[in-house]
Design a protein around this ligand. Structure first.
Ligand SMILES: [Zn+2]
Length: 218
């Protein structure tokens, strides 16, 4: 199959595009199944297989038109094939540890700009850098994730304690404050009940979830 990048220079415009290659067909996005292409990674040539490749194609001469999106799909497949962390996995690991890309760069001995390029997907990390990242993430595994059972108990306890606070707080208040608390408390109790249920069902695993949820409420 022939490929080109000719149309991409014109910037995004609505499909169908006229085919500049054969001058007869129209170009629209299609899904090509089991697409194979060759990619150079760290000086070696790899055959990358994409079960489903979304790409614009001419309905007459079958030419494929490659843009940034095609390149990204191929990079995702290459990382998958070589068992390298995807950009969003790097981002998630940093987020779980409240770490910056600068922290990670310092920890594994690369420039911050390099980590930034891995995170945006513009550059694919070497196997050695990938292993260094994995090793570092393994070593710094957040505790709440590591002990889901303990976190579940803490979560349930927090929900029960907050409920107790509400029980003693509401009758002890007076005036406008008490009115406000009375108006609020059913909503709060419902929220706490739901929270305790979620911890019991294992849908929530730590204090991080609790904090995230409380932040969403405010
Ligand atoms: Zn064509």
């Amino acid at each position: 199959m022939k490929t080109s990048t000719e149309h991409v220079k014109c910037g995004p415009k609505p499909f169908p595009w006229p085919c500049l290659s054969c001058g007869q067909g129209e170009i629209s996005p299609v899904t090509v199944h089991n697409y194979e292409t060759e990619v150079t990674y760290n000086g070696k040539l790899y055959t990358v297989k994409l079960p489903e490749f979304r790409v614009p194609q001419c309905d007459s001469c079958s030419e494929l038109v490659f843009g940034n999106d095609a390149g990204e799909q191929i990079n995702v497949a290459l990382r998958q094939q070589l068992e390298l962390l995807q950009p969003e996995e790097i981002e998630q690991n940093l987020c779980d540890r409240s770490m910056s890309q600068k922290d990670l760069a310092a920890a594994i001995g690369v420039a911050e700009a390099t980590v930034s390029r891995w995170k945006t997907g513009t550059v694919i990390q070497s196997k050695a850098s990938d292993l260094a990242m994995r090793e570092y993430f393994k070593r710094t595994q957040p505790q709440v994730e590591a002990s889901a059972d303990a976190a579940k108990k803490v979560g349930q306890l927090v929900a029960v304690c907050l409920s107790d606070v509400l029980d003693s707080w509401v009758p002890a208040s007076s005036g406008a404050c008490a009115d406000w608390l009375c108006a609020q408390q059913n909503e709060w109790r419902e929220l706490l009940g739901g929270l305790a249920d979620q911890y019991a069902a294992g849908e929530r695993h730590g204090l991080k979830d609790l904090v995230r949820m409380l932040n969403q409420r405010s």
